[in-house]
Design a protein around this ligand. Structure first.
Ligand SMILES: Nc1nc2c(ncn2[C@@H]2O[C@H](COP(=O)(O)OP(=O)(O)OP(=O)(O)O)[C@@H](O)[C@H]2O)c(=O)[nH]1
Ligand SMILES: [Mg+2]
Length: 285
């Protein structure tokens, strides 16, 4: 028996370098052996179509010609979603929130540019809102809301700590229900009683602010358990108060893992766009 280890003829010579040339040679050898000479390389059909479109002048007056590419959306998208985002965007599909944000920007621009007051008011009312205010005393809140030309009804509970469905129902005759898209009910401002009464609302929103303790959710769990949304307001004051946003969120989610949370400042407007876009997305037309 020959000594396998010493039989050098069995050992392949190492390939020093695998260049394009060696690849081409091997390919041609295979072609010659099996099917004859290689066919002429096909021109890339996409390239051909692009060239034809350019020759026809289809690229001459594209919107954005000569301007830098806007890669903001692309860069903000996580890397693994970029290709899909790009394809969807090119095909005219954008996430619902982005579409609504754009729509709101267009309306804002229209309002800014509009000279006639009547037209401005009409644009402002693009979303038909009604408000029911509940307070123990005074119609202060209703008067504040009415400045915005929105139909509003004040319920004064005269000491009662919450609203009830019948009280709300009695206000409905004051609204044009065929036209209304959103009815906001502001319950009496405490975190206890309103948790126990169903007003027939589609969504319950609990609003806390940074001037309160961040442990409100664990102190008043029922209110956070029955709510769909938690708003943390007055974030403009975060530098001046001992309020830990992440703690407040964690406490709230511990009580109700399904809570959707928004942070905002009604004073500076920060975070309002997100909230409004989401709210609009919830409205059934
Ligand atoms: N700094 C700051 N102040 C705010 C903000 N939002 C509201 N305020 C102020 O907080 C105070 C109370 O606001 P309201 O809207 O009356 O609060 P409310 O919770 O509805 O009060 P009740 O209806 O009495 O329960 C007012 O002086 C507002 O101007 C905010 O985001 N930042
Ligand atoms: Mg109020």
């Amino acid at each position: 028996m020959p000594d396998r280890k010493r039989d050098k003829s069995r050992i392949q010579k190492p390939v020093k370098s695998f260049t394009k040339e060696t690849a081409k040679l091997r390919y041609e050898n295979i072609q010659n052996e099996e099917t004859g000479p290689p066919a002429e390389p096909l021109e890339d059909p996409v390239e051909t179509k692009i060239k034809a479109a350019m020759a026809e002048g289809q690229f001459d007056n594209l919107p954005g010609k000569g301007k830098p590419l806007d890669l903001k959306g692309y860069m903000e998208t996580p890397e693994h979603l970029r290709a899909a985002y790009h394809i969807l965007k090119n095909a005219g599909f954008v996430p619902e929130e982005v579409r609504l944000k754009k729509e709101m920007e267009v309306i804002k621009e229209k309002i800014k540019a509009c000279a006639s007051k009547a037209k401005k008011d009409k644009l402002n009312k693009e979303l038909a809102i009604g408000v029911v205010e509940g307070d123990v005393q005074t119609d202060n809140d209703a008067r504040r809301v009415s400045r915005y030309d929105v139909p509003v009804v004040q319920i004064v509970t005269n000491g009662g700590c919450h609203l009830e469905a019948l009280l709300v129902q009695n206000t409905l005759k004051n609204f044009d229900l065929n036209h209304l898209q959103l009815l906001i009910i502001e319950n009496v401002g405490n975190l206890v009683c309103p948790a126990n009464y169903d007003l027939g609302e589609a969504l319950k929103v609990v609003m806390i602010s940074t001037t309160e303790g961040d442990d409100k959710p664990v102190k008043y769990p029922a209110m956070f358990r029955v709510s769909d949304i938690m708003i943390i307001n007055k974030i403009d004051l975060l530098n001046y108060v001992d309020f830990d946003v992440s703690k407040a969120k964690a406490f709230a989610l511990q009580i109700n893992p399904n809570l959707k949370i928004f942070e905002m400042s009604c004073k500076t407007g920060e975070g309002l766009d997100n909230w409004l876009a989401w709210l609009r997305s919830q409205i059934r037309v």
